[in-house]
Design a protein around this ligand. Sequence first.
Ligand code: SF4
Length: 298
Amino acid sequence: MTLLRNAIVFAANATDVRICMHCPRHCAYKTAGHKMWPVVNGEIVAFGKTFHNEIAGPFHKNIAESFFTRRTEFLSIFKDVTEIGVLQERLRNFVAEYYLVPFLKNNGSNLKIANIEALNRAIEKWIEHLSGYLWRIPSLWQAPRELVDSVLKNIFHKPEQTLSALHVFSDGVMLKLSGRYDCALFNPDTKEPMLIEFKGYGSDDNAVSGLAQMLVYAWLFEKNAGFVPSLTVFYLVSNEAPEVIPSHMVADMLKNNFPSALDLMRRVLERRRPIPRSDYTWLCSKCYFNARCDSDWG
Ligand code: SF4
């Protein structure tokens, strides 16, 4: 907490909000400087980071930047595509050749077979979704060949952009929120941006907190760019299709659900007791703080 010209300003990032929705007391420990106890399996988290840092992140970054040594090969993917299956196969081959294979050459000996298989499945799922997204942008397929590159640069935006903005509560107290989303796409036909998040765990017990984190990104994006984006969450180890939330639903959630998440975040940062327990009993049964959280925050 800081004091600016007598205004109280708290600060939190998107991860804090996610943890707060998972367990407010856990967030209180985290923001008080306690060492985090991992909420989800560390190996699965590492897998999610690998997928994002080695495959999807570099791919989105390369396509968004002007100078990309494989741009000619990438543009050839879009030549004479007559059906979505062709696009999907070409994208999959491109990702395999320039991202997956080099990664496996350097790191494959340290990976378990199950992790390599999971990585392949995650790529397959991501490419299927990305192909469908691109296929539904008519201007990409109607553009003259010499303009395809500029349409694609308009669709793919730099990943991992850090945003921040101030939320002002009705009593004047402020909360500075910040966050860095994974990837962003823009549909030039519908003028709709889409933020994408890759999660290395399943959706079951983390959906509410994962959504809260995404709403922070959506709120920050709106404050900085003036648009409410749609949201897509890939639960990489799940067999289910990615969760896609259209922008009008995101706008509803920002209006109706997000304020209560920020109120809870503020309560945690103010250390206003009792801080609520987690709704997830499975989490409490494994939690490092189980023996003391009632006396600390109850
Ligand atoms: S025991 Fe439960 S309520 Fe307490 S900090 Fe851990 S997860 Fe949260």
